[in-house]
Design a protein around this ligand. Structure first.
Ligand SMILES: CC(C)(COP(=O)(O)OP(=O)(O)OC[C@H]1O[C@@H](n2cnc3c(N)ncnc32)[C@H](O)[C@@H]1OP(=O)(O)O)[C@@H](O)C(=O)NCCC(=O)NCCS
Length: 363
């Protein structure tokens, strides 16, 4: 049984919820972001739902779990709950923050404090899960000292019945690191532009254009790996925020800055923090080739990477015959470094060489 403590952390006080919180809880839960990421909550969410929740919170404490109202300056700012620890003394956390209190470190401070408190209560391991599309919650997990442990594909169903993938996190006593700056920060203002091209994070709305682009014979000729379906691309686009916030890769749509049309795709992948190295890869829709779009794109992204991330080397690989791609890299400041022999499988047992390129951080 967990002790019914009040927890203080920084400006926050966490205490069991009471009937006086019901009105604020209603406003926090009757919010589109809450409804999107907590599909088991009633929607619309009414005062009667909040009153029932306060009642259930009492029962949860009695069943061995915990349910706190997160408060700041005496005002309700969110909720954080703990399932009763299992027989191995493993507990799971869940949280929500009211729209008016978001983006100020409330969830990450509360999650860190509740995990520390659970360890003091004899809990051996604290877990939490977030949807791949819930970038704010993923960032909370990293900031609260949790380690990512894996993905659970289609582990949850959303309100419309669509399956959603989850990322699982765990924290053990004594291993919480202080919050760190993300290795790959998000773009200020959400996008990068030089006035001609605009780079925006890939979304599921881009999957159709991306799929059509990969079917173009010129793009298909250089694609590595098995064929992929529209469904594969939609799923991939749902991972954009997760890959970025976890420092694994950046996936961008290249747009015509004037019309906003999808012109192509560029990625920063194979991110290796120990080497300070990442690889750039790209493709353009046929109608946008021959206008310098990709040269601008690669320059824009690599300049940003050297300015805003610790990356030291951006590398690229091209087939020996891909002259258009060589020109892009040369004009974007890359130098040829060598040849990886017989890198790309071309079917029928044939393989072709990879020309290795790099641009290093300017001194
Ligand atoms: C997830 C949630 C609890 C976060 O609460 P919060 O108090 O705003 O969280 P914090 O301020 O501690 O941290 C949020 C981080 O996510 C970042 N963030 C938020 N929205 C983002 C977005 N759309 N894209 C990228 N980053 C985002 C914030 O900038 C912040 O990171 P930073 O401190 O490095 O700048 C809140 O958004 C919420 O209640 N969502 C609905 C319910 C929910 O999703 N619960 C969790 C289910 S797993």
């Amino acid at each position: 049984m967990l002790a019914r403590h009040v927890i203080s952390s920084g400006p926050l006080v966490l205490r069991p919820p009471s009937d006086s919180d019901a009105e604020a809880i209603t406003r926090a839960c009757d919010d589109p972001v809450t409804a999107r990421f907590l599909p088991l909550l009633p929607s619309p969410y009414r005062l009667s739902d909040a009153r029932a929740y306060v009642e259930q919170a009492r029962a949860k404490w009695e069943a061995g779990g915990a349910e706190f109202a997160i408060t700041q300056d005496g005002q309700y700012a969110g909720s954080i709950g703990v399932r009763p620890p299992d027989r191995w003394r493993v507990a799971e956390l869940g949280y929500l923050v009211a729209p008016w209190a978001r983006g100020k470190g409330v969830a990450s401070t509360a999650a860190r404090a509740v995990a520390d408190w659970l360890f003091d209560q004899g809990v051996r391991r604290v877990e939490l899960e977030a949807e791949v599309e819930n970038v704010a919650s993923l960032r909370v997990a990293y900031k609260a000292g949790f380690r990512e442990e894996g993905n659970r594909r289609e582990a949850k169903l959303l309100r419309d019945g669509r399956p959603a993938d989850l990322v699982t996190f765990g924290r053990l006593p004594g291993e919480a690191a202080p919050p760190v700056e993300p290795y790959l920060p998000f773009f200020d203002g959400g996008e990068l532009s030089d006035g001609v091209v605009r780079l925006t994070p890939m979304t599921p709305e881009d999957a159709g254009d991306f799929h059509r682009m990969l079917a173009d014979p010129v793009v298909a000729a250089y694609k590595v790996g098995p064929p992929s379906s529209l469904q594969d691309h939609e799923r991939r686009c749902r991972y954009t925020g997760y890959w970025w916030v976890s420092g694994q890769r950046i996936e961008l749509a290249v747009r015509d800055a004037g019309s906003g049309a999808f012109a192509g795709h560029v990625q920063l992948t194979q991110v290796t923090p120990a080497l300070g190295q990442a690889m750039v890869g790209y493709s353009l829709m046929p109608g946008f080739r021959g206008k310098g779009f990709m040269t601008r794109t690669v320059r824009l992204l690599v300049d940003w990477a050297f300015e805003r991330t610790p990356l030291h080397r951006i590398v690229a690989g091209t087939e020996a015959g891909n002259v258009a791609s060589h020109r892009v890299l040369e004009r974007a400041g890359f130098s040829r470094e060598g040849v990886h022999r017989e890198m790309f499988p071309k079917g029928g047992g044939r393989r072709v060489d990879d020309l290795a390129w790099a641009r290093v951080r300017p001194s």
